[in-house]
Design a protein around this ligand. Structure first.
Ligand code: WT7
Length: 659
């Protein structure tokens, strides 16, 4: 298989055999006609009208796709719409006012229900409040909130007034928040006093305060009082209490601002191959069309459903499939605060049972944990309301797939294994559950209209059974339009390697490797760039390495992934120190962990830190990360003669064996 250094490496790819989705599901599925693939091929790009027609447009679009300036594509560009109006206002008619929009399950068993009417009121009031603070269309509002209802409310309030939001995952550090606010020139922040995770209360405001000290611009901040007495806080200059604002603007409404389809709906920072996080730009028309369509066609969501994606809104999965997709379709979306194992390991099944959840979407890392905990937890609850199960974020191997199918779905629910990325905006590879057979371990074919090609180093498509780089050869509506830091980096990161601009052939490079089989089903093998996917969270090795080398006494660091049964991948850090061998390793490890926690967040802490006098390097001085990855994984190393210091490899291997 290919990897970032072009080393040949065999990965056994295990997939189960094709299985037909349960008949009862097929009878009621939203999309059941297999001609849909041909239709999309024959009527491309007009086929995408099907997605755009799920939305209400203030100004209907005439052109579907403008591709003159590839790879800077424009979708439905002459149309206008407002995302919040599409997710809320239009559902107030047709008797859906009292239909539940958001069902919130709090950490301590608190429950809140927002009808579409309630959501309308809350987002209007907050939109009015944001305006009063000076937020205008096109001002980037940073949102640094945990999984509380104010998070989607703030996002939709921004969308209402045409202000792009940039949600920063609540678990990220003050430094990470500051970097993102600076990069986006964001002068507005919505945060909270603190929040609960497991049994403990975390102080969020102090992180936000520290970030504000670091950013260059003045920042106006809204603080949601989540913890009350438990986390007292004082408001400083330019700080406003969310509930005060709510009272002040009670009952106010704000007309939704018509946005051009290509106007930015939001920015989402994600890790890339350099130390700088990438601000991925998503638009209003194309993005919303694509998420609405995939929520309907892939997740099979219907307006009367109770739908639950158990992800965090701080990442793209939650943006697309907790907030925008389900609300665009007028369904009930469940959001929960906390973790699957608190207060007990049946937390999720209890929520499914109590809310009669129809559709459930989670990540392989969670499914592997459920499997480890055993079937008694799901068995304690009535899960018979479930109709479809989804997975996203990492490859899922056949065993956990089968466990999910049997013990959660009772063999009555199809599973969709959905491959996509922050940059693709919405699902791009998956079976259509009402059309295609499922294959445990393989995500499926590209969706209709998505031309996935697995190619080798020269950009030639590989034969069935072989592996290569996962690329997409045609644009699609939900795709990222650019990076906030600039078009050049967008082109370099995603388009340069596999495109042929002279021939006007453009191919998006995903950074993943995959195989394709005789049925055209794709199995994703993992990242081939300097990105590590830990429990479905994407982390840049460069970001972690630079946090390590910030520590006094550290000379160099290399971070690699090591396959892990439970997390998919664990982080392994190799560190050389300025003084060679003689260091207090445990003291230094602690400093390294603290530095990573400060720069990124606790989720980026390595599973293991190994000290070595030197890192293996090529003669030109490049650290051989590929080799270190093989060492961490106990793999064959092949030829190490290109190394300047081959002897170091044996020393590192010996140290790992001692571990
Ligand atoms: C990376 C994108 C998009 C939602 C979550 C993560 C991996 C995602 C699958 C899947 C195998 C998957 C890829 C991808 N990934 N879904 N079904 N099978 N791998 O978004 O943080 O942008 O990460 O997640 O490696 O490149 P993200």
């Amino acid at each position: 298989m290919v990897d970032r250094n072009g080393w040949a490496r065999d990965h056994p790819v295990l997939t189960g055999s094709l299985q037909r989705p349960p008949a009862a599901f097929l009878e009621q599925a939203n999309v059941t006609d297999s001609d849909i693939y041909d239709e999309f091929d024959e009527r491309w790009p007009e086929c995408w009208e099907r997605a755009a027609d799920l939305l209400a447009w203030d100004q209907p679009y005439e052109t579907v796709l403008e591709d003159e300036d590839a790879p800077f594509y424009r979708w439905f560009a002459d149309g206008q719409l407002n995302a919040a109006e599409n997710c809320i206002d239009r559902h107030l008619e047709n008797g859906r006012k009292t239909h539940t929009a958001i069902r919130w399950e709090g950490k301590h068993g608190e429950r809140e229900t927002y009808t579409y009417r309630d959501l309308y009121v809350a987002t209007n009031e907050f939109a009015a409040a944001l305006r009063s603070l000076g937020v205008d269309a096109d001002d980037v509002v940073t949102i640094y909130l945990p999984m509380i209802p104010e998070l989607p409310i703030a996002m939709l309030a921004c969308a209402r007034i045409g202000a792009p939001h940039s949600v920063v995952f609540a678990g990220l550090s003050a430094d990470a928040l500051a970097t993102r606010m600076d990069a986006a020139d964001s002068e507005y922040l919505v945060t909270c006093d603190g929040y609960y995770r497991r049994g403990d209360a975390f102080n969020q405001k102090s992180k936000a305060d520290n970030a504000r000290l670091e950013v260059d611009q003045d920042v106006r901040t809204v603080v949601v009082d989540r913890l009350g007495e438990e986390m007292p806080h004082v408001l400083g200059d330019d700080e406003y209490d969310y509930h005060d604002l709510q009272r002040k603007f009670a009952g106010e409404t704000v007309d939704p601002v018509s946005r051009d389809a290509e106007d930015m709906l939001f920015l989402m920072y994600t890790s890339g191959t350099t130390g700088e996080p990438k601000g991925v730009v998503h638009t209003t028309g194309g993005y919303l069309s694509h998420v609405a369509w995939t929520t309907q066609a892939v997740l099979d969501v219907k307006p009367e459903d109770t739908y639950w994606c158990a992800a965090d809104i701080g990442w793209i999965t939650g943006h697309s499939y907790i907030v925008y997709g389900p609300l665009a379709l007028g369904t009930t979306t469940v959001m929960y605060e906390g973790t699957p194992d608190y207060p007990d390991r049946d937390r999720l099944w209890e929520i499914v049972d109590r809310n009669a959840v129809d559709i459930f979407y989670t990540a392989p890392t969670a499914i592997r944990a459920f499997m480890k905990w055993g079937e008694s937890y799901p068995n304690e609850h009535d899960l018979s309301s479930l109709r479809l199960l989804g997975t996203v974020g990492e490859p899922i191997s056949p065993r956990p797939w089968q466990w999910y199918y049997e013990h959660v779905g009772n063999e009555e629910c199809p599973i969709v294994d959905t491959w996509w990325q922050t940059e693709t905006g919405a699902v791009t590879i998956s079976t259509l559950p009402g059309v295609d057979e499922m294959k445990p371990g393989a995500a499926g074919p590209g969706l209709p209209g998505i031309d996935v090609q697995i190619v080798d180093d020269d950009g030639t498509e590989v034969e069935a059974g072989d592996s290569g780089y996962l690329t997409i050869a045609q644009p699609w509506p939900g795709m990222a339009r650019t990076l906030y830091s600039g078009d050049d980096r967008f082109r370099e990161e995603y388009w340069e390697r596999f495109s042929n601009p002279e021939e006007n052939e453009w191919r998006y490079g995903s950074g993943d490797a995959a195989t394709i089989d005789d049925d055209g089903y794709i199995t994703v093998l993992g990242r081939v760039d300097d990105v590590i996917n830990v429990s479905g969270r994407r982390l840049g090795t460069m970001e972690i390495e630079s946090a390590i080398t910030d520590v006094d006494g550290v000379a160099e660091a290399a971070v690699v992934g090591r396959s892990s049964e439970s997390n998919g991948t664990d982080i392994y850090a190799y560190v050389s120190t300025e003084s060679g061998h003689s260091v207090d390793e445990s003291g230094m490890s602690e400093m390294i962990e603290r530095s990573i926690e400060t720069a990124i967040g606790p989720m980026a802490k390595p599973k293991s830190i190994l000290f070595t006098p030197e890192l293996p390097k090529t003669r030109s001085g490049k650290i051989m990360r590929r080799l270190l990855e093989a060492v961490a994984n106990g793999e064959e190393l092949g030829d190490t003669s290109a190394l300047r210091n081959p002897e170091i490899v044996g020393e590192i291997q010996a140290e790992i064996r001692e571990e």
